[in-house]
Design a protein around this ligand. Structure first.
Ligand SMILES: [Zn+2]
Length: 137
């Protein structure tokens, strides 16, 4: 993906890591529970510990998925193809919902997935991106 990239929604994606995009989440300083999106206080039981910002794992396991017959979130034009959405249990804990990229016949609950970027649109300033998950090759 050439040119400048910026996230569709601020604060959820780190695009500066040379190793690749990372989701920005939170980790409880008391019990270690991880969250996406970020939280200020832990929601596990009665913990309520303060949370700090962390970069989350880029791989996980597909918990569930479905087919959505409408244009993707953030698209400006109708006419985009239907898409897939799913929930991925990241290797470091949080269950994250996002767009899945790949053919429906290639998706299966329990398969390994990795984080990637989906271009929502391009303009004079570059590409506007959001996160997605693709099957881990
Ligand atoms: Zn906690």
């Amino acid at each position: 993906m050439g040119g400048r990239r910026r996230a569709l929604e601020p604060g959820i994606l780190d695009l500066a890591d040379p190793a690749g995009p990372r989701l920005v989440g939170a980790r409880c300083r008391v019990c270690g529970e991880r969250y996406f999106p970020r939280r200020h206080r832990c929601a596990k039981g009665t913990c309520l510990g303060p949370c700090e910002e962390v970069r989350l794992a880029t791989t996980g396991t597909l918990y569930t998925w479905t087919y959505v017959p409408t244009p993707k979130y953030g698209r400006l034009a109708v006419g985009d193809e239907p898409f897939l959405v799913g929930q991925v249990d990241l290797d470091d804990g949080p269950r994250v919902q996002g767009i899945l990229v790949g053919p429906p016949e290639g998706m299966a609950i329990g398969m390994r997935m990795r984080l990637d970027l989906d271009v929502v649109r391009e303009d004079e300033k570059g590409a506007v991106v959001t996160y997605c998950f693709v099957p881990l090759a």
